[in-house]
Design a binder for this molecule. Structure first.
Ligand SMILES: NC(=O)c1ccc[n+]([C@@H]2O[C@H](COP(=O)([O-])OP(=O)(O)OC[C@H]3O[C@@H](n4cnc5c(N)ncnc54)[C@H](OP(=O)(O)O)[C@@H]3O)[C@@H](O)[C@H]2O)c1
Length: 291
């Protein structure tokens, strides 16, 4: 069992990684942190974390290494730079593809270590509160060993199957984030065009079976075109939707209905919409963006 005060290394202190790190520190975990841009470790160092200068030194600090990096390729490169991982457990928490996480598990094995994928649903507020929904994939014994650590971040971490199962669940959920946000955005625009008051529409939608809490969560941002201070960016939602499409195609599903949404999200690439809250995809559903 991981002792409550075990030392943990955290690689990647972006929006989610920072929140995860602050939660672990607040829970009494000794934390060593590395980030490509060291400035983004500042709040964690202020809260008591120790900085690791280079990736190759990370394994000397801790047996458990959590990664919260942008994507699969970034994680694979960073893990390669760690070198020998004998007696270490790698816990990737960033979102990646099913094939990518399986390859990473193989790579970790070749570096002498073990891997427990642990992608999460929820964002910074849930990380701070320890209420992330965590879907682990890997060996049951490994999951059992690291459950005490995972419980600092998630009230009920779930082992959903072997490596790859967590990624499948996570991509399934993020497809819903993209699709629900897009569907709501279009409906909202249509009723506004027809001069129906938004509150009238919401009064009908809220008690219906079609309602999703995310609609109200994003409504104000969409109405005000206010997308600053994101918890999760448009660029990363696009990354996850493209991963979903890739996996769905490999699984011989018919993802045609989603391709248009992917094309729409690709219009944000390189624009100011990329770095802001993902519900900025609402800016793409207006008439000026139709072909
Ligand atoms: N934010 C959320 O609510 C949320 C929720 C669930 C899952 N996730 C997933 O968690 C992961 C991190 O998300 P985030 O929101 O924290 O993203 P973020 O704020 O953009 O942070 C991305 C992290 O990846 C690092 N990175 C990017 N490119 C790199 C490269 N080429 N080499 C080394 N490091 C690189 C960044 O380092 P720099 O600081 O140097 O750029 C940063 O540490 C993603 O897979 C995302 O899909 C996020």
């Amino acid at each position: 069992m991981t002792s409550p005060h075990a030392s943990v290394a955290l690689i990647g202190t972006g929006l989610l990684g920072e929140a995860i790190g602050l939660r672990l520190l607040q829970q009494g975990i000794t934390l060593h942190v590395w980030n490509r841009t060291p400035l983004r470790c500042r709040s964690l160092l202020d809260a008591g974390a120790q900085h690791v200068e280079d990736l190759a030194s990370v394994p000397q600090t801790s047996d458990v290494i959590i990664t919260v990096l942008r994507d699969g390729p970034t994680t694979a490169r960073s893990v390669a730079a760690l070198g020998d991982l004998a007696h270490h457990c790698l816990i990737p928490m960033g979102t990646m593809g099913i094939v990518e996480i399986r390859q990473l598990a193989e790579q970790t094995k070749q570096q002498g270590g073990q891997l427990l994928e642990s992608p999460v649903l929820g964002s910074r507020p849930q990380a701070f509160a320890g209420t992330l929904l965590l879907m682990a994939g890997g060996e049951p014994s490994l999951f059992e060993r690291h459950q005490p650590l995972l419980r600092h971040l998630s009230e009920r971490p779930q082992l959903v199957g072997p490596v790859g199962s967590g990624a499948a669940c996570k991509l399934g959920l993020n497809q819903l984030i993209a699709s629900l946000t897009h569907a709501f955005s279009l409906s909202l625009r249509l009723i506004q065009q027809a001069d129906v008051p938004v509150e009238t529409f919401m009064d009908i939608l809220r008690p219906s079976a079609l309602y999703a809490p995310t609609f109200d969560k994003k409504l104000e941002r969409m109405l005000d075109s206010h997308y600053d201070n994101p918890n999760f960016s448009t660029a990363l939602l696009r990354k996850d939707l493209l991963l979903f499409l890739e996996e769905a195609t490999a699984a011989e599903l018919n993802p045609e209905g989603l391709s248009g949404l992917a094309t729409l999200l690709c219009k944000a690439e390189g624009s100011a919409l990329d770095g802001v809250d993902y519900c900025a995809l609402h800016e793409l559903t207006g008439s000026e963006n139709s072909q």
